[in-house]
Design a protein around this ligand. Sequence first.
Ligand SMILES: C[S@@+](CC[C@H](N)C(=O)[O-])C[C@H]1O[C@@H](n2cnc3c(N)ncnc32)[C@H](O)[C@@H]1O
Length: 390
Amino acid sequence: MPHIKVKPFDKEKIEKLLPKSEILTFRAKPLSGEDELYGVVLEGEEFLLHLKPESDAYLIKYDKVTRPLKVNLLKEAIERTANELKLEILSSNITIHPGKSAYASAYEKKIEDFEEITFPKEKVCVEVGFGSGRHLLYQAQKHPDTLFIGLEIHTPSAQQVLKQIDLLGIDNIWVVNYDARLFLEMLPSNLLEKIYVHFPVPWDKKPHRRVISQAFLEESIRTLKAGGRLELRTDSNNYFWYALETFFALPKVEVEVRKNEALEVTSKYEARWLKMEKDIYDVYVTCKEESEEKKERLDFNFNIVKYREGQEQKLPKKPVVFYGYFVHFERVYKIGDDAMLVKCAFGSFDRPEHKYILVGKEQSRYFVSRPVKTRVNHLAHQKIVEYLTH
Ligand SMILES: C[S@@+](CC[C@H](N)C(=O)[O-])C[C@H]1O[C@@H](n2cnc3c(N)ncnc32)[C@H](O)[C@@H]1O
């Protein structure tokens, strides 16, 4: 990633530059420490640059949380900042060709896309943790009238399958590189024909990381059509019994169990167990009734939050843990006398959000974009608003 090292300079000169700078919008100084953040607007994109003092130089680089997708924007912002401040450059990697960019495909969807999305097919299925994608690709080719949404947290596997989709000319798969445990709540009720959970990681030592849980099943039942089915396939005896117990606690479902049933397609993972003659279990959970439509409208505004003097000192210094989520004000920066920038981690423990919140005298907002509209993020947002208004 682009960065430069410059000769240490008087950072106060940034204050003078700010009113006339073409790209810098604010300077944020931490309550403790020597690093600084600079707000940038370039080609309509907002992000932050990070200045970090080192032993005999200042390093100017990107900020991870607000990093823009286009590396060239970062390069330009760093170069122009150095020029505007007339800094003496000691070393720079700005001319280095940016690394290989991620594989871009129209079939990759972000979790945010599901806040408002139209499904191109009437029938929709979900596959959780598709790994090599053998089952997902097979199903999509066999059922061109159905949209298959594949969820996978392992990015290289997601990228691999996106390449396969393009190579095979398939147009009825969406790949979402996101945690399946948080995804289903983005879907409307009574949508899905099937949810496939094939060979989930058993997590015997860390059961809280398992995909199958009471909450996941409740969301599965809500998103499945009446008559729709969740299909779990596992080689783990332990996971099988755990899942069965969880399934039986559900109302409005029918549970069916099979052992060593051959499927039309064998995943790479399954092939390994078959060679070892391991038992394989299937548990089918059929949803028997329609569910209510989702009504929640999750609002992430900061309408009542305005900067008040000394407020930065009042925020909790340590992470605050609530039931199923947390809020951590990681670092607080002052912007002049009447604004602050708060670096914050919050939401679910497994997939926390990392955001800055720009708290001003007149108005406040997430800098640069608001969190994904999930229930836990919303609970955390409400707590953040509470802390910022106390
Ligand atoms: C044991 S592999 C099985 C892969 C594939 N289903 C098969 O049968 O070959 C489990 C896969 O689930 C993915 N995974 C684990 N937890 C997940 C989660 N919470 N959300 C989405 N994918 C997950 C892993 O990255 C891995 O690719």
